[in-house]
Structure formats: C-alpha cells, structure tokens
Design a protein around this ligand. Structure first.
Ligand SMILES: *[C@@H]1O[C@H](CO)[C@@H](O)[C@H](O)[C@H]1NC(C)=O
Ligand SMILES: [Cu+2]
Length: 250
C-alpha cells in the first residue's frame, strides 16, 4: 500500500517535472559543460552553472529568485567552476528535451562581477545588460512562431554571441525563456552560469543599459501581459519596458 502510494507520488512528480524545466547543459568553443542537477543535493556537484532547485517556473517577475532561479548564491569555491569564453564566440544553452513551451521570448543577459571571480558573489547584487533577445518571429501572437518555438525546433537550444566589444572579465551569463501561454500568470525560466570573457573589447554597458534582477521586470511590462487569446490577431510583441538600447555587437 505504502509502495503503491509512493509510486503514485513519484509518477506525479515526474509528470510535473516534465511539464517545466531549465537549462541542463552549455556548450562553447567545442567545450561541453554539464549544468547543475536540480532536486539533488549540491554536495559534490561541480559545474559552471549556478545552483537551482526546481523545474517549476518563477511566477512573479519581481521574485527574489528571478536573477538566477535560486537565492542568488554560488556553489562553494572548488565546486563552482567558471568557463573561459572568448569575446565574439557563441555560447549555447540546452534546455530539457523536449522543452514544453514554444510560446514566448528568449533572452540572454550578462553581468560583470566586481572581483577576480564570480564565486561567492550573489547574483542579486549584480547589474545586468541584455545581449540577445527574440520574441515573436512571424505570424500572430496566438499561432505564430516564437523564439521559444525556434529553441524547441533547434534541439531545445538557444545560442547567443558574446559581443566582441564586451570588456574581458568575470561574468554571469543569464539565459531565460518566458512562457506566455498561461498569462496572466507569468512563467519565467532563467538560469545562470559563470564565465570568464577573454579577448574582449572596451565597450562597457552604459548605466542606462543596466538593470538589477529583481528590478529589471515588472509584472505589468507589455511583454508580460500580452493576451494570446484575447489579442489573438496581434502581430507585434513588445518585449520589455526597461530596454533602452540593445547591446548587440556594435
Ligand atoms: C541535442 O541536445 C542534447 C542535450 O539535450 C545533446 O546531448 C545532443 O548532442 C544535441 N544534439 C545535437 C545534434 O546537437
Ligand atoms: Cu512548464
């Protein structure tokens, strides 16, 4: 009886897990990086990814977990690795397969850490700038092709280019997809990894291009309140209130 009950509970939790997810791997420059394994103890996990603990989405764009899908802390030194990434190179995030939410934008941010490593730096203390974003690629909000659909079609991956102009240094990279199908409930899936950018340039982001998380999003931002069903014929998708300019390879 007990065994049957716990089997049912396990089946339920696997089902719930399969409905959501996160970034499980990264690749850059021919290197493959396994991410943090959620639902497991952080003890003994060694990875470039910041720890995160649930496949569930973040349901509040101002939640204290919105920077890196956790409390913002790194793994301990020794377990928290940093990938060396060349400025101008592309880095790919791999969501779980299959990613279940093809309707919504995909966004990528960087945040520079103040010292000689991001390890020990809480992600909520950093200021972020956007290096990549894509929303509605074609068609209408109800039936068109979204960036998240492209991500699913491309092996559940999203590839962003580290701008060649970004200064070398220690950074967190934050890949995010936002599922819009259940609005007005926002569902955000951000995930972070530590990288050291080498061979960079001298174009640091301006103050106007930097945001904090939480802080960068409001639950009332146009990109978070689009009604896919009520405004089904709409062909425009406005991303985010705070974006003053794009910081994409210039
Ligand atoms: C697709 O993604 C999986 C990880 O989810 C990876 O193991 C596999 O190599 C990828 N396939 C291709 C063709 O890149
Ligand atoms: Cu989900």
């Amino acid at each position: 009886m007990l065994a049957i009950a716990s089997l049912a509970a396990l089946a339920l939790s696997v089902q719930q897990v399969a409905a959501h997810g996160g970034v499980l791997y990264y690749s850059n420059g021919g290197n493959w990086y396994k991410g943090f394994t959620p639902y497991n103890t952080p003890v003994g996990q060694v990875t470039i990814q910041r720890p995160w603990n649930t496949y569930d989405p973040i349901l509040d764009a101002t939640a204290p977990t919105v920077s890196c899908n956790d409390d913002g802390n790194s793994l301990p030194a020794g377990q928290q690795l940093t990938a060396t990434v060349a400025a101008g190179s592309s880095i790919t995030a791999y969501w779980n397969n299959p990613w279940p939410h093809p309707t919504g934008p995909v966004l990528t941010y960087l945040a520079q850490c103040p010292g000689s490593t991001c390890t020990g730096v809480n992600s909520n203390t950093l200021r972020w700038f956007k290096i990549d974003e894509a929303g509605l690629l074609s068609g209408t909000v109800a039936t068109g092709v979204w960036a998240a659909g492209k991500m699913v079609a491309e092996n559940n991956t999203w590839t962003s280019t580290i701008p060649a102009s970004v200064p070398s240094g220690q950074y967190l990279i934050r890949f995010e997809t936002i599922a819009l199908h259940s609005l007005p409930a926002v569902t955000l899936y951000p995930e972070c990894a530590q990288i050291e950018i080498v061979g960079g340039g001298s174009r640091a982001p301006t103050a106007a291009e930097l945001v904090t998380f939480p802080g960068g999003y409001r639950n009332t931002d146009p990109g978070l309140v689009v009604d896919l069903y009520g405004q089904a014929a709409q062909t425009q998708y406005v991303t985010f209130y705070f974006l003053l300019s794009d910081f994409i390879n210039r």
